[in-house]
Each structure stands twice: as C-alpha cells, then as structure tokens.
Design a protein around this ligand. Structure first.
Ligand SMILES: Cc1ncc(COP(=O)(O)O)c(C=O)c1O
Length: 464
C-alpha cells in the first residue's frame, strides 16, 4: 500500500511536515529500507497539496539522506537512512570527501538520469538507433548547429549555425583552437591564475602562456596593455564569469575596458564561458566584441561533464572551418547519440530546466559553505560550484592541503592554477569544489571537517 503521511499533528511548512513524517515513519519501522515512495503527483493528489510542495519535501528528504532517487524508477527509502537532523551523525568518520573535482551537483529536480532514459528511448522510437551509429559532421549537423545557435542567441546576440561548432567538451575546443590558430612558440596571454586545462592545451600545442596580473574585477587593463606590447601575443584566454579558480566575475566596466583594448590591438580573445550559464546576467565578450571573440559554452558545469558537449562560436565562418578541421583531426566528431539527445533538450526546454535546478542547488550549497566558513578569508560567487580559500596565515598552501587530506578532504592548492613566469610564488590559497558531494548532508559534514582543519595550528606550530 502507498505511503500516506499524517500531517495534521505536525508544525511548520507542509514540505517540512512531510519530511518529518517520513523520518518518523522510518524510525518507527512503518517504512522499510528500499521501499518505494509514491510519485510526487500521486502524493500531492492524496494530500490535496501542490506537487511542488512534494517535490521540495522529496528533495529535502534526499539531501538529508533519508531517501534516494533511482534512474527512471522513482524515490526509495535509502539503504542506510540518516535519521538525525540535517547533518547526519552516521557519516563514517573515515569517509573521504572530494572537494577537488569541480563538478555540478545533481539535484533530484534536474531529473538528469530520468531525462537521459526518456530522451534516448524517444530517439530510438522516432529514428531508430541506426541513425546515430554512423560517422557524422565534425562540428555537428546544420540542423543541430541551428538549434544550438538559437538556444545561445539570448546570450550571444550573433550566434549563427555557420559560425558554430558542437565540440566534445571545451577542453577539446581549446586544444583544437590553439592547434588551429597558433604556431609553436607563440604567446597566449591568460590570467595569472587560470584553468589548468588551458595550461595542458598550451603545452600540447607548444604555445607559451604568459600570466597577466588580476585584481578583484579580473584581468588588470594596464597590465594587459603592457603584456600586449611586450609579448605580441597571438591570443588572449579569459574566463570572465565565475573564474576558475578565483571565482572573480568581471563587472561591466572591466568588461568594457578589456573589450576596448582587445579591439584596439586587433587581438583575438578565447572566452571560456564554462560557468556563464550559472550567472546568465553577465554579458559575454562574444556579444560585446563578436569580431574578436571565439566563445565556448560548455554543458559540463551546468548539466554534466559526462555529456562532453560544448558550443564554440567563431567570429567568422573561416575561423570556424579551421577550428572544425582541427577538431576533426583529433576527435572526428561529437558522439551523435549524445548530440541528438542534447539537441532535443535544447529544443524542448529540458536543458533550461536542468540548468535552473543545478543553479538553485549550487546557490543553496554556496549558502551552506558561506555559513560554515564564516570568519575565514575566501571569495565565492553565489551560484558557483567552487570557492577560493586563503589558508590561514600560519599555514602554507602545501601543508594545509596535506592536513586537509589527512582529514579525508581533497582540495586543490593554487600551484595547479598558476601560470609561472618565474617571478612570483603562487598565493597561499586552495580551491574548494562544492558540487561533488552527493547531497547537502555530505557537504555539510565535509564543511564542518574543513572548518575544524582550518582552526588547527600547523603541525610545526603544534610541536613548538
Ligand atoms: C574554465 C573551465 N573551462 C573548461 C572546463 C572543462 O570544460 P569541459 O568539460 O567542457 O571540457 C573547466 C572545468 O573545470 C573549467 O573550469
């Protein structure tokens, strides 16, 4: 028989009463481990309440570790339900938490796995799998590129199918772009702290990266001018929104200054907008200076990195063709079945719904982290997946990362992000990623542990 909670004898908002009833029924043995719960719709109907209230209750129950969602099947009581408060006491002390991988969270309301299952089944039904088992165009078909361009257009005013390539991820797009547009020995300018993937791509293309000074608003315009004069760079690479690792988002005035310098020096900018869809209010350079911008928008941070889908727009069809030829040489094409699935999601609103759910979850996790780390020195963006934490003055970054590891926490020290120019040392900071914890309860536990580690004196100070 379906579970039907009694809410009338409980206090608080309806969703909270459902969660409390769920916890009480598990504790009393009225709900068994692995037992399936009614669908959101069925429970809403039975209780005479709105379906969004049930969705909220199920999300809360999952983040408290009471329940788990299974692909295409529904919601079930967890195998080891956590019955005490929002921070489960029963997370084993030895469990390790990975705060190093910058993944998007997978909130149940994004329904990613359900959408994959239903979307693939629909493609099979409508076209048959054989339609997707052939070689396909390297930058995606004209139809798929058209759908992607239309989807990007609210953000990238001039997005157009003949200047757009669907790529198997930004990393491939960056590598293809460097190989297509630079020669070994060329200089590419980046922020002094930047995404390690551009460092790997530059090494592969034998391009020299030169780091440019940053402040709280991003790359410093005067430092950029000097670097252009000194190094005659081939390209400039920027992550203007929720920068990795510093979380800096360039305000409009800084965007305008940098755009003016790029245009005045007829420079080409690679704008990596990996996190831009989490903060869509910021206008990309690809809209400000389209003739000077190669723009990459990835689904990795706003839906899932396993899809390996990014959209690259180039200033003209010629540059697009060169990058696409480079992609073909390396990777042939994005996987047709996944490309078709994503194209479907772009067209039917699923992509937007998933991105909104991921953004909400990211915002909730940022709030938790801001609370847990109050008093420590960090920067963060309210919708970002990561934080940039200055380690307390008594520590250095390597010792702190080691100490965190000893406490079962993985975080990335600043060295991985530093573009070395031989003069300055990396800052004593680490990047913390909040998205890979399976739920908020786990994240809360990891943050508590981190805050404890931050309060400890370094080992040398302990000996003295
Ligand atoms: C700035 C930036 N660009 C690109 C990527 C990777 O994107 P993709 O998975 O599309 O290759 C990351 C991942 O951490 C990133 O931080």
């Amino acid at each position: 028989m379906d579970w039907l909670p009694t809410l009338s004898d409980r206090a608080g908002p309806a969703y909270q009463r459902i969660v409390d009833a769920l916890a009480a029924d598990i504790a009393a043995g009225r709900l068994r481990r692995g037992q399936q719960l009614p669908t959101h719709r069925a429970l809403a109907k039975a209780l005479g309440i709105d379906v969004t209230t049930v969705t909220r209750a199920y999300r809360e129950a999952q983040s408290r570790g009471l329940t788990e969602a299974r692909v295409g099947q529904g919601t079930f009581i967890a195998d080891a339900p956590q019955l005490t408060g929002t921070t489960p006491a029963r997370i084993p002390a030895h469990l390790d938490f990975d705060l190093s991988m910058n993944l998007p969270p997978h909130p149940p309301e994004a329904d990613l796995e359900g959408r994959i299952a239903r979307g693939i089944a629909a493609l099979e039904r409508e076209h048959g799998f054989s339609a997707y088992l052939n070689y396909a165009e390297s930058g995606g078909s004209l139809h798929d590129r058209g759908v992607a361009a239309e989807w990007l257009r609210p953000r990238i005013a001039e997005a157009n199918a003949d200047r757009l390539a669907i790529c198997p991820g930004t990393q491939a797009a960056l590598c293809a772009t460097l190989l297509a547009l630079t020669a070994p020995g060329d200089v590419v300018l980046t922020d002094r702290l930047t995404y390690p993937g551009i460092k790997a791509a530059a090494a592969h293309a034998r391009v020299r990266l030169v780091g440019v000074a940053m402040d709280d608003s991003g790359m410093v315009p005067d430092a950029l001018r000097i670097a252009i004069q000194r190094h005659a760079p081939r390209l400039l690479y920027l992550v203007p929104t929720i920068q990795n690792p510093t979380t800096t988002t360039m305000p409009p005035s800084r965007r305008a200054e940098i755009a003016e310098i790029v245009a005045a020096h007829d420079l080409m900018l690679i704008e990596d907008d990996a996190y831009g869809l989490l903060a869509p209010e910021h206008i990309p350079f690809a809209t400000l200076i389209p003739a000077h911008t190669i723009y990459a928008a990835s689904l990795s941070k706003c839906i899932s990195p396993g899809l390996r889908i990014a959209f690259l727009t180039a200033p003209d069809a010629g540059v697009n063709a060169r990058i696409t030829a480079s992609l073909r040489a390396m990777l042939q094409m994005p996987v047709p079945l996944i490309t078709a699935l994503v194209t479907r999601w772009l067209g039917d609103g699923s992509a937007d719904a998933m991105i909104a759910a991921v953004r909400d979850e990211a915002a909730a996790r940022q709030k938790m982290a801001t609370r847990a780390l109050a008093g420590f020195d960090f920067t963060a963006h309210r919708n970002g997946h990561h934080m940039w934490l200055q380690v307390p003055p008594a520590w250095n970054r390597a010792e702190f990362a080691q100490q965190a590891r000893a406490n079962g926490l993985a975080a990335v020290a600043s060295d991985a992000f530093t573009v070395a120019d031989g003069s300055d040392t990396p800052p004593h900071a680490v990047r913390l990623a909040l998205g890979s914890a399976r739920n908020r309860a786990e994240l809360s536990h990891a943050l508590d542990r981190l805050a404890n580690a931050l309060r400890l004196p370094p080992p040398t100070a302990q000996v003295v």
